[in-house]
Design a protein. Structure first.
Length: 209
């Protein structure tokens, strides 16, 4: 919102400056009011676009270039839009993201049935049973302070690969387990299984927060 106000103030300053200038090549704002209106409209649209990007998209700076991750679905309120979330993602597989709108921390997961997996987050018994950070955060802040994004729909076979991709891109804070796990028959190497076991133990430790 601060950025939006700054851009609008710049637009007003420019318009006042131009309004004081003498006509150039026989053209003035008095003669061309449409030009002034067009300029202000463009500045307003641009400011709203930047504000939209800031609030809804993740802008990630890589070492050599700027990468923008644009979700395919965005639900601003996980509480109010619960039924919509579960209905629209029924029978679909892909990568999802929970975002805490208070501290901006995120959690990334994958599922071969997004609707079924996301429904588990709405189970109080499930939240109380497990000590995952995202569960604790939801209990602490409430669903209304979380948004859900579907980063990408993909085939079940590609879920693990895609999940790891977004782990690297977005660095989700609520994911202590940085290697994507799988419950669809994916076979890990012994080294990976060892890492998964160690990290999963840490994630379920109630003193880890």
């Amino acid at each position: 919102m601060i950025l939006t106000r700054k851009i609008r103030n710049i637009g007003l300053s420019v318009s006042r400056f131009i309004g004081k200038r003498k006509p150039v090549v026989g053209l003035s704002f008095a003669q061309a009011p449409g030009l002034f209106s067009l300029m202000m409209a463009l500045l307003t649209v641009f400011s709203l676009f930047l504000n939209f990007l800031y609030n809804n998209f993740f802008i990630i700076f890589d070492i050599s270039f700027l990468s923008i991750v644009v979700p395919v679905k965005m639900y601003a309120n996980a509480d109010v839009q619960k039924l919509e979330i579960l209905k629209e993602n029924k029978g679909k597989s892909g990568i999802y993201l929970w975002k805490n709108n208070i501290n901006k921390k995120t959690y990334i997961g994958s599922a071969i049935n997004l609707s079924r997996r996301l429904a588990e987050y709405y189970s109080l018994a499930r939240l109380l049973k497990d000590n995952m950070l995202i569960y604790k955060a939801i209990l602490k802040n409430g669903y209304s302070n979380f948004s859900i994004e579907i980063l990408e729909y993909c085939t079940p076979e590609n879920c693990i690969e895609k999940e790891n991709y977004y782990f690297e891109k977005l660095k989700p804070e609520y994911n202590l387990l940085k290697i994507a796990g799988s419950n669809i028959g994916y076979k890990h190497t012994k080294e990976t299984l060892s890492k998964l076991s160690t990290l999963n133990t840490k994630e379920k430790n109630p003193f880890f927060w």
